[in-house]
Design a binder for this molecule. Structure first.
Ligand code: GRF
Length: 221
């Protein structure tokens, strides 16, 4: 049997996505293992989730470093010391240096709460509401030096209804995030996903547009 790939999950806060990855791994997958959880904040609740699941954790506080480069280098060292195959950003609220993104190019993914290229950066739910959009959602993408700009692997949409607030919208998006992120990690672990020439390849074919969660067949899930 193939050895499971080793993933590191980087967080800054609550870690509900981390939790679904932990649960999915336990219940459904021997194809990956969570070898490390890193937080840039000592009080991130996600650290408790990781400890409960007996996953090694590290706290690397950005505030203790003089500049971004030094912080990213410490982060890189921590990840590299654990022989990690895939870095999973799950609510990690730091902008990464080009040197860091280059080091993990093709081996680092992020989840962003909008239908990219719409609404890179922060406050995505509020911005979707203010724009009068009728749908919103999430994107999972390979990380490149461009902030929230790497090639998108998968998207999931949610409808925006009259009564939605930014909180209700956030909740709806979170529910879809929890289905989508473990799935994409599983694809990577199964060797189905690659980044080549700034394009996503899925099962040896270039993706002309992102996969859509609701279009997937049973065998993909
Ligand atoms: C998610 O909405 C994700 O899209 C964004 O940060 C949030 C993290 O939530 N990048 P959680 O910490 O996983 O609950």
């Amino acid at each position: 049997m193939k050895q499971p790939i080793r993933i590191a999950v980087l967080i800054s806060g609550n870690g509900s996505n981390l939790q679904t990855i932990i649960d999915h791994q336990k219940q459904h997958s021997h194809e990956y293992e969570i070898a490390l959880v890193v937080s840039n904040k000592a009080d991130a609740y996600g650290l408790i989730r990781a400890e409960k699941a007996h996953i090694p954790t590290e706290i690397i506080e950005h505030s203790k470093f003089e500049h971004r480069k030094a912080f990213d280098y410490a982060l890189q060292m921590a990840i590299d010391s654990k022989q990690i195959d895939l870095v999973v950003l799950a609510g990690f609220m730091r902008i990464l240096t080009p040197a860091f993104t280059q080091h993990f190019l093709g081996k680092m993914i992020n989840i962003h709460p909008s239908l990219l290229p719409k609404y890179t950066g922060l406050n995505t739910h509020q911005r979707a509401l203010e724009a009068g959009d009728t749908e919103h959602g999430l994107s999972i993408h390979f990380v490149t030096p461009e902030l929230d700009g790497g090639p998108v692997i998968l998207q999931a949409t949610v409808p925006i209804t009259e009564n939605d607030t930014k909180e209700s919208l956030k909740e709806k998006v979170h529910q879809k995030e929890h289905l989508a992120y473990p799935l994409v990690i599983q694809w990577f672990a199964q060797n189905k996903l690659q980044l080549k020439n700034n394009q996503v390849w899925f099962q040896q074919t270039v993706l002309s547009k992102p996969q859509q969660l609701h279009h997937l067949n049973d065998q993909d899930i």
